[in-house]
Design a protein around this ligand. Structure first.
Ligand code: MRU
Length: 366
């Protein structure tokens, strides 16, 4: 995706050939900053403190973390150690474990002398694959948007509601939920996006709105509580969100607040789609509500809000009394029965065990 005319991925290898450059998302939309990360500790901080975030990008960042460690020490103990260190950074998004497992499976059989080069090659491959998966998701999602557009008056936009940021910034490029939106807009199909602000960290207001504005997609920022009202008044044609982990039975874990959007969508017969690359499917989990670990983040994310003052300073302000405690579960689970379809790189699946296995039959034996 382009920022001020220059194409950027969200993460790339520095020109030194071994350290990693990434967009530090904490400062967006007010400041575009790129950080150079040179240690595993730096990679762990970037994931834990959300310089990078979004399930697919967390996975790719961790893969590069393994590569950095292999350059320093390619032993088995070091490979297991870096797996543990990075796996502990954020518990919910399954792409993190998927990428760490993929790296370890590639590297373990190799002699130590070959591990560093192989690790960088595998990390680059995982990053490139992410881009391809998102492009494919975009094509399948575009077909759905076209179907909805065909039922509207000529020129009338398809109104799409999205939650959090499942955009370019949550992946290496294109995004998952945003890929069909970008393709529609490239094809001249009129789309308009309602962007949930997504408290507490405001990924919608900070990141999705910035992406939409940067790519010239008509959009409107709404508070998280507005979606149900808009659906009751026929102002939303479809919802598309991303996911941090989807179970083998089609339950969808995503940013806190997604479940409430799905309930409102069901009550108003608004189609509710989830866009996901297959590394986001956790084939080992059946019941998302009972089995997926939900990350609890700092109270500060609820009590303090980041913004830019009129003088241009990017700072936090407190919005609640000092003595008021806050709770901050970062994700929730939308049961499969509320999901219209799962838009994957292989097509649109029913949110059910059979639906997913129809598209991924090789997982039946697992
Ligand atoms: O806490 P975050 O910002 O990492 O949460 C991100 C989301 O919930 C996204 O919707 C999800 O990771 C899908 S990204 C393609």
């Amino acid at each position: 995706m382009k920022v001020a005319g220059t194409h950027y991925r969200t993460i790339w290898l520095n020109e030194d050939g071994w350290s990693v450059d990434l967009i530090d998302q904490r400062w967006l939309p007010h400041d575009f900053r790129v950080e150079n990360v040179r240690t595993v500790e730096g990679i762990a901080t970037a994931i834990r403190d959300m310089w990078v975030r979004g399930a697919p990008l967390i996975g790719v960042t961790a893969a590069y973390g393994v590569a950095i460690r292999m350059r320093e020490d390619p032993s088995d103990a070091s490979l297991d150690g870096v797996w543990e260190t990075l796996h502990a950074t954020r518990p919910t998004a399954i792409n993190l474990r998927w990428a760490l497992d993929a790296m370890r499976a590639t590297l373990r059989p190799l002699p130590e002398s070959e591990r560093a080069a192989a690790a960088y090659a595998r990390a680059a491959e995982i990053a490139d694959e992410d881009v391809e998966l998102n492009r494919a998701i975009g094509r399948h999602g575009l077909a759905i948007i076209k179907e909805i557009a065909a039922r509207k008056k000529p020129g009338e936009p398809v109104n799409i509601l999205t939650h959090c940021n499942a955009g370019w910034l949550a992946t290496v490029d294109y995004g998952t939920a945003t890929a069909p939106i970008y393709l529609s807009s490239e094809e001249g199909l009129p789309v308009h996006v309602y962007v949930d602000e997504t408290r507490p960290r405001n990924q919608g207001a900070h990141l999705t709105a910035w992406e939409m504005a940067g790519h010239g997609v008509p959009h409107t920022l709404i508070v998280d509580n507005a979606g149900g009202h808009l659906m009751q008044h026929d102002m939303i044609d479809m919802v598309i969100v991303g996911t941090d982990r989807t179970t083998a039975h089609g339950d969808v874990c995503n940013k806190i607040g997604t479940y409430l959007k799905a309930l409102a969508a069901k009550d108003n017969s608004v189609p509710f789609y989830v866009a996901l690359p297959s590394p986001t499917i956790d084939w080992t989990v059946r019941d998302g509500v009972k089995e997926i670990p939900i990350e609890e983040r700092s109270e500060d994310e609820v009590s303090l809000v980041w913004g830019r003052t009129e003088s241009g300073e990017i700072t936090q302000v407190r919005i609640s009394p000092e003595m008021t405690p806050a709770a901050n579960p970062a994700f929730d689970v939308t049961p499969a029965r509320l999901v219209t379809g799962l838009i994957t790189e292989r097509g649109v699946a029913k949110a059910s065990a059979d639906g997913l296995l129809d598209l991924f039959p090789e997982k039946a034996a697992a």
